[in-house]
Design a protein around this ligand. Structure first.
Ligand SMILES: Cc1cc2nc3c(=O)[nH]c(=O)nc-3n(C[C@H](O)[C@H](O)[C@H](O)COP(=O)(O)OP(=O)(O)OC[C@H]3O[C@@H](n4cnc5c(N)ncnc54)[C@H](O)[C@@H]3O)c2cc1C
Length: 409
């Protein structure tokens, strides 16, 4: 029988670029590199064995997501939810530097300062190339703040994870939903993951834009890549501006509605458009923008930051309770009906997913495996016409070559 292979996953455009496969497969057979489309993708240097391909197929978060039965209520739209709050870091600098209300950074700083973890593994701008993302091991408040703020460009935090798992001490991991899901999948085959990873924190994710999106923002800002000393997408307020600083100190900025809303969101990778987990369902805690809105749509006026904070596991809720006791964040109660108003895109994408997957399946004949994720229940909430529209749109956009997710080795 034909089996799913790593090259099939990549050719089928199911790769999210997390880097897990390069960690799973030894002997330098796989490494991550920027593709000409501007996404991080595995480069396969040597043919994988049948067993290696099977390992990738069962752990790659682009290809396989499954919730195991748990003791936390599962909402078909929003995943496992223990508690929902809005809030912000009480440390003014953390709130200001953070993308939203600085909740993730506040949680990380608390974990480090309370000794609950030895370090944090998260993503920050590369020190040698301000447009590239790299994994940083942070051990102090100052380190954590260097990684604060969203980076709307490819990142592969699961690359070289073996080195991390061999380090002494426990860590907290921060990543996109697919990064966190990949780490959970890896835990099924490598027991060091559960031993070493004290907490997994994710943020809501509408999708990863290609590096070309960033280059387009830079071009609109009138800054040459060679002149660039620093580049950030968010932070310094909420939502915060995309900001380029040149070597000679010139600062160019673009508001969030323009950078994300008219440029970056037009460069999303295919896998993100059929993602059943935009909200970090596999994390202990997931954070997002707690947008204020009008007429059902978020507004992006600059103001003091506010995060949405979901505890997804009991362990995550214990951490939030601890952080509240230490007065690192202030919170207010919230419910899932309000979350739907703050995050209409996430609601729409998950609701439309089953119809979109049906379109992909009909055109391509193969699908990623998403199990126990409430997709049928989400689809039933949508009207027939909307489902049909999404099915037709997805059928039209799916390329025939998506069929190649399964290859004989
Ligand atoms: C590609 C992308 C899409 C997003 N889509 C949504 C969305 O649809 N809805 C929504 O509400 N929010 C979205 N966000 C998240 C949002 O921008 C905030 O990051 C989130 O609200 C957390 O804010 P904070 O102030 O608590 O985090 P902060 O305190 O600013 O901390 C952010 C953390 O995220 C990590 N991080 C930043 N960029 C990346 C990256 N590319 N890969 C891995 N880790 C990273 C940093 O290392 C840091 O630790 C997205 C972020 C990204 C990067």
């Amino acid at each position: 029988m034909a089996e799913t292979t790593l090259s099939g996953i990549v050719d089928g455009r199911l790769c999210s670029g997390c880097g897990l496969c390069s960690t799973l497969i030894s002997d330098n057979k796989v490494s991550m590199a920027m593709s000409k489309e501007g996404f991080l993708r595995p480069q396969i240097h040597k043919k994988l064995t049948v067993e290696e391909n099977a390992l990738v197929a069962g752990t790659c978060p682009g290809n396989y997501l499954e919730h195991e039965p748990g003791n936390v209520p599962y909402d078909s739209l929003w995943g496992p939810v223990v508690t929902v709050r809005t809030g912000f870091a009480l440390d003014e600098e953390v709130r200001y530097q953070g993308s939203s209300g600085g909740a993730i950074s506040a949680l990380l700083i608390h974990l480090l300062e309370s000794g609950a973890v030895d370090y944090v593994a998260h993503v920050a701008a590369s020190e040698t190339d301000p447009l590239r993302n790299e994994v940083r091991l942070s051990r102090s408040r100052a380190d954590v703040l260097k990684g604060a703020g969203s980076r709307y460009a490819p990142s592969a935090p699961l690359e070289n994870l073996t080195a991390l798992l061999d380090l002494p001490g426990k860590f907290a991991f921060v990543g996109k939903p697919c990064d966190v899901a990949g780490l959970r999948n890896l835990a099924r085959v490598d027991k060091r993951v559960s031993e070493k990873t004290a907490f997994c924190i994710a943020f809501f994710c509408a999708g990863v834009p290609s590096q070309h999106g960033t280059l387009e923002v830079l071009k609109k800002l009138g800054v040459e890549r060679e002149q660039l000393a620093k580049f950030s997408y968010r932070g310094e307020g909420w939502p915060g501006k995309a900001k380029a600083v040149t070597h000679d100190g010139r600062v160019s900025e673009m508001d969030y509605a323009t950078s994300w809303g008219t440029i970056l969101n037009r460069h999303l990778q295919f896998r993100c458009k059929i993602c059943p987990d935009g909200t970090g369902e596999f994390a202990d805690i997931a954070c997002a923008d707690a947008w204020y809105g009008k007429d059902g749509y978020p507004e992006f006026d600059e103001q003091a930051g506010r995060s949405l904070i979901l505890a997804r596991t009991r362990r995550g809720e214990e951490l939030i309770a601890d952080v509240l006791q230490s007065q690192a964040i202030a919170v207010e109660a919230c419910d899932l009906a309000q979350v739907a108003l703050m995050q209409p895109y996430q609601k729409e994408r998950k609701s439309a997913l089953l119809a979109r997957l049906a379109g992909v399946w009909l055109k391509a004949g193969a699908l990623p495996r998403f199990r126990n994720m409430g997709l049928a229940a989400c689809s039933r909430r949508m009207g027939l016409v909307t489902n049909l529209r999404n099915f037709a749109g997805s059928y039209r956009r799916t390329q025939k070559r998506v069929i190649n997710t399964r290859f004989r080795n």
